[in-house]
Design a protein around this ligand. Structure first.
Ligand code: SF4
Length: 357
């Protein structure tokens, strides 16, 4: 970043401090999308918030510096970074500095002005609970991804940790419902190319069963394409400061469960079969392998005759690997040597006990 831009952003950098920074001189977060590293300007429109979420660094009563962008400055900064090739997109959320309509109008205004000024990069708008329907539709028209955080897997946990964030049913699920309807109405191929996203905090009192069940409903009923699991980290001077942090490995297991539901045709029943008496997933680095060990009657799977869905049940075989297997076996009978090449030696070694030829 040029020294001029760096100086100009001295104040606004604080608006981004709740993102992880990949480089200490750039307020840019890199996310991974389909195996690619995507640099985004991830920021809040404002750190002013009238709510009192019990886990949050920005809750009203906490003493932090409160700042806001102006739409113009945020647009100019985004365009400058994008034109220099330093970012490919903008992720924009906000504290609740006013009612949801006012806050989201600012977010949508930024997105519209960016588009008008030729910005073709990625825009992700994290909307506010209670965003009115008309504004959700505007956001769907202009952004690549929209969403609102569910924060917790069910209403009772939600009200406990976010007591003034509105109604779980109407203000959170309702916004996701409007987004899903708008997306279907405008055409899934034409708008929201990156779909609908949400986030829940894990590691407070909920079980993996709670998270998986809610995730399943969000995917099936509300077209949510991405659920993020944020492992709880206690923050000083918040009501939850003495709670233990959630290990990242728990969130990683939930991510695996999410992808098995979304991309691997695992049913809710398949995942529930893995839960222990406390409703938790096994402590393992590979949930699919745990499933295979628990269901030996389903294995080995014959790679020369199995359907796409069956192939996806083989540990280390993903959607791309399954498609490659189906392509190659059209030409010839697959042998171990072919699979070593298709999956890579390391993956083949892990998969071989679940495969027949
Ligand atoms: S509404 Fe958002 S910013 Fe405000 S306290 Fe709750 S989580 Fe934090």
């Amino acid at each position: 970043m040029s020294p001029g831009l760096h100086r100009a952003l001295r104040t606004e950098r604080k608006l981004m401090e709740y993102s992880k920074w990949d480089l200490d001189s750039l307020p840019i977060q890199c996310v991974w999308h389909k195996g690619r590293r995507v640099p985004l300007l991830k920021t809040l429109f404002s750190t002013i918030c009238k709510n009192q979420c019990r886990y949050c660094a920005l809750r009203k009563d906490r003493n932090v510096e409160r700042l806001s962008w102006t739409p113009e400055k945020l647009v100019n900064t985004t365009l400058k970074l994008w034109r220099k090739g330093l970012i490919t997109g903008l992720f924009l959320s906000s504290g609740m500095f006013s009612d949801p309509e006012v806050v989201v109008e600012k977010q949508v205004e930024v997105a519209y002005v960016l588009r008008r000024r030729g910005f073709t990069g990625y825009i992700n708008l994290r909307l506010m609970p209670g965003t009115p329907k008309w504004l959700v539709w505007e956001a769907v028209k202009v952004a690549d991804r929209v969403g609102v955080n569910v924060e917790a897997p069910d209403p009772s946990f939600f009200y406990e940790i976010a007591p003034d964030k509105g109604s779980f049913r109407h203000d959170i699920l309702g916004v996701l419902e409007h987004a899903s309807r708008a997306w279907k109405f405008m055409g899934k191929r034409k708008v929201l190319k990156a779909g609908i996203a949400t986030q829940m905090i894990v590691g407070l009192a909920e079980t993996d069963r709670d998270c998986i069940l809610t995730t399943f409903r969000l995917i099936r009923n509300l077209d949510v394409t991405r659920v993020y699991y944020s492992p709880f980290q206690p923050i000083k001077n918040t009501p939850l400061e003495n709670r233990s942090p959630c290990p990242i490995s728990r969130a990683q297991r939930l991510y695996q469960a999410f992808f098995l539901l979304r991309d691997y045709f695992f049913s809710l029943k398949d995942l529930e079969s893995l839960l222990d008496s406390k409703g938790m997933l096994p402590v393992t680095d590979n949930i699919k392998e745990a499933y295979a060990k628990l269901n030996p009657h389903l294995y080995p799977i014959d790679v020369n005759t199995a359907s796409y869905r069956e192939l996806l049940k083989i540990p280390t075989v993903g959607p791309r690997g399954a498609l490659k297997i189906m392509q190659v076996r059209k030409e010839r009978k697959l042998r171990a040597e072919d699979l070593k090449v298709l999956l890579g030696k390391k993956n083949f070694k892990r998969a071989v006990r679940y495969i027949a030829f």
